[in-house]
Design a protein around this ligand. Structure first.
Ligand code: NAD
Ligand code: UFG
Length: 340
């Protein structure tokens, strides 16, 4: 029998790629999204690429009545919970909105799931919970904390809340997926990352420089103790990340409990590595300026991803050239994102 998955925030960047993988794997997919940071066009394209339909409900995950209706209407087996606000900088300016959305929506979802007796949950956490891993490959046993912004704090609080929910009722099966830095796009160039306004993150910013929307990249500091002085991160292709969710879902069905699992490649690249790889992908040199460090940034953050391999049988397949090629393909085909 086909399993049905409710995907919250499924119209967004990671959600849309995951919906595509779920449909291709044979799941039926129901999405709830309030479209506050996305466009329905992403899901139209997911259905075109896969040739398979999904059900879309426009609404807010904080709306418990709506969730109850969805759980009554559909026979849902598990939930993948992407919905939330995700900008580190914005969260410092708007802490109330961030705590309200990220905490309130997850609590509401868990209450509705409990009522409907659906207790399988894949949760979007983040490498940000590690704070500063001090130059070491972060594994799941690393201490968490030392976070400098409300967005990251909300993710750590939610990991704790979900752990408490599991302790109160061990029928729950929960995967806390700690993503490193998702980049790239589906190889079709039809779906990808569509940031609102000026991108905060490196790869979408570089893409916009490459397509002529921004004059140059500001490199935030070249005096870190890294090989070239610029910040090092673990960039992971969004399609690898999406497949990691499908692997986590399969694992959940037979493994009760709650586990935090890293989804990264285990390889760190510097800002200049990314810039040069992108230059190769787009075939032109890209202007940049070295500027002050960005407040709150750590020098190095990359994963130890061996647990995902051991538990989920998953490991990243795409390399940095693939990530840049696919990000560029999406950017060139959609210079204004889903807007035109
Ligand atoms: P995104 O903004 O593209 O997707 C989130 C989606 O949730 C959007 O479509 C938005 O409209 C929707 N949404 C927000 N609040 C909602 C609500 N209350 N009810 C219904 N829908 C709501 O972000 P993304 O990059 O796809 O990230 C997905 C998840 O992964 C987020 O929880 C994010 O914090 C987490 N994450 C992202 C990154 C990253 O770098 N992209 C890294 C680590 C973790
Ligand atoms: N950077 C620049 N210039 C830019 C943007 C970024 O030099 O215009 C640098 C940053 O200083 C950092 C690196 O590029 O060294 C990566 O920065 P991003 O903003 O792309 O990513 P972060 O590692 O800061 O954070 C991202 C997400 C967080 C998430 C974290 C871990 O934004 O939400 O990855 O998953 F928590």
């Amino acid at each position: 029998m086909t399993s049905s998955i409710l995907v919250t925030g499924g119209a967004g960047y990671i959600g849309s790629h995951t919906c595509l993988c779920l449909l291709e794997t044979g799941y039926s997919v129901i999405v709830i999204d309030n479209l506050s940071n996305s466009s329905i066009e992403s899901l139209n394209r997911v259905q075109n690429i896969t040739g398979k339909p999904l059900d879309f409900i426009q609404g807010d995950v904080r709306d418990e009545t709506l969730l109850n209706e969805i759980f009554k209407k559909y026979s849902i087996d598990a939930v993948i919970h992407f919905a939330g606000l995700k900008s580190v900088g914005e969260s410092i300016v708007k802490p109330i909105e961030y705590y309200d959305n990220n905490l309130h929506n997850t609590l509401t979802l868990c209450r509705a799931m409990t009522r409907a007796r659906i207790k399988k949950l894949v949760f979007s956490s983040s490498a940000t919970v590690y704070g500063d891993p001090k130059g070491k490959a972060a594994n799941e046993q690393f201490p968490v904390g030392g976070i400098t912004n409300p967005y990251g704090t909300s993710k750590l609080m939610l990991e704790q809340i979900l752990t408490d929910i599991y302790r109160s009722d061990n029928e729950w099966n929960i995967a806390l997926l700690r993503y490193f830095n998702p980049v790239g796009a589906h190889a079709s160039g039809l779906i990808g990352e569509d940031p609102n306004g000026i991108p905060n993150n490196l790869m979408p910013y570089i893409s916009q420089v490459a397509v002529g929307l921004r004059p140059y990249l500001s490199v935030y500091g070249n005096d870190y103790s890294t090989p070239d002085g610029t910040g090092v991160r673990d960039y992971i292709h969004v399609m690898d990340l999406a497949k990691g969710h499908v692997a986590a879902l399969k694992w959940l069905t037979t493994n009760p409990g709650i586990r935090a699992i890293n989804l990264g490649t285990g390889v760190g690249y510097s800002v200049l590595d990314i810039l040069h790889a992108f230059e190769k992908a787009c075939g032109k040199s890209l202007p940049y300026k070295i500027v002050e460090r960005r407040a709150g940034d750590v020098a190095i953050c990359y994963s130890d991803s061996s647990l995902a391999k051991e538990l989920l049988g998953w490991q990243a397949q795409y390399n940095l050239d693939d990530m840049c090629k696919d990000a560029w393909h999406w950017q060139v085909n959609n210079p204004k994102g889903y807007k035109g």
